[in-house]
Design a protein. Sequence first.
Length: 304
Amino acid sequence: MEKPLLLYIFLFYWHFLNALFTVEAPQSLYTVEYGNNVTMECTFPVNGKLKFRDLSVSWEKKDDLKKQVYVLLKGEEDFKSQHSDFKGRIKLLKEKLNLGQSLLQITNVKLRDAGFYRCLIGYGGADYKTVNLKVKAPYRTISQGVVSIGDNTWKLTCQSEGYPRAEVIWRNREYEDLTDKANTSYETGSDQLYRVTSTLTIKSRIDENFYCIFWNKELQENTSAILHIADSADSVHRTESRRFVRAVLVMTAIFGSVLLFMLCIRKARASKDHRTPVASSSIARLSKDKDTYGYRDAALKRMN
Ligand SMILES: *[C@@H]1O[C@H](CO)[C@@H](O)[C@H](O)[C@H]1NC(C)=O
Ligand SMILES: *[C@@H]1O[C@H](CO)[C@@H](O)[C@H](O)[C@H]1NC(C)=O
Ligand SMILES: *[C@@H]1O[C@H](CO)[C@@H](O)[C@H](O)[C@H]1NC(C)=O
């Protein structure tokens, strides 16, 4: 299917294959982040109103085997020949064809989409250009673990997913390089991404910081995480629960003052018969403020 189409376009317009018809690629390299969308562009000359019936547009990927990405033949889209790699993720922005733009949109870009693409256009004449698509996946989130294995020795772990392969560098607070003491393993994670796990086993005193740095050499990108050695492995949880208690106290204080405020308003409304509206509302505001401060003070005292 792929070869005949190419031949078809070229043979049909063979006698026009001179400088008359030229396809241009305004941008020859596209770099896109894994999971994002990309729109690649080729341009061709349109004089006057586009005659759709005379137009053939094709995008193909130059892998070991050529893969058909998109075909529009004599104004008719043909998805039958589309390679399964691209199913459901390809759109040609047809409204732009009138302007002489062949815009191919790939959604939810995969790592395997990286490579060279050829855009062919037949319209009176025929020509093609090649564009390069690079796909990157930064090691953005690093999950970490700190486990005591006794005798002041700690097992520190950092794990993340990305592409291409990253080296993991370990440092302490003094910026000493500890990478030699670490073990780093590479697995194939989801959708061809590398799952990189690095483990550093080290003697350390309490209250020390360590850093793992994911060094993506090809992308010139570093991401890092700080690992904190606290007095016990579950101290992380203790900090968390302390935070939780504090949050609960603050919420109680706020909720309490709102309740009191509403009570005051009710009281004020109930005694409306005896006072003027202005006086009652200002009393309600005053008592609300007083109560809020009282509660806040109590909450602060309890926290400290
Ligand atoms: C990619 O394009 C699709 C369809 O046009 C859209 O729904 C989605 O939000 C886009 N994704 C990003 C990351 O821009
Ligand atoms: C790291 O790997 C080496 C070789 O596989 C092994 O001998 C060593 O015990 C490992 N160290 C850790 C901390 O897992
Ligand atoms: C990333 O970290 C490595 C190792 O610490 C360093 O050699 C390199 O210069 C850093 N690169 C960038 C772009 O920060």
